[in-house]
Unconditional design. Structure first.
Length: 79
């Protein structure tokens, strides 16, 4: 369960860093990032990343739950 917690914390921190980076590019010269910001497409990119990270966290949670259940079953069979 600690691996899952660390992964979720890492994903949350990564999201905040990315959002701060996207916000900081508004003040730079016209780059690809500022073009995305001016068109409003950066929010689509952020939305897709949130969906991907949320799906990944949910998948890791399910895998962790299944592995924990499997180890409990193995311990019960060994005793």
């Amino acid at each position: 369960m600690t691996i899952l917690k660390k992964t979720i914390k890492l994903l949350i921190i990564s999201f905040f860093i990315f959002s701060q980076y996207a916000r900081a590019t508004r003040h730079n010269v016209q780059t690809e990032h500022s073009i995305l910001l001016s068109n409003g497409k950066i929010y689509v990119v952020v939305g897709v990343l949130v969906i991907i990270f949320t799906s990944l966290a949910f998948y890791l949670y399910r895998i962790d739950k299944k592995v924990s259940q499997f180890t409990l079953e193995q311990r019960e069979m060994d005793s």
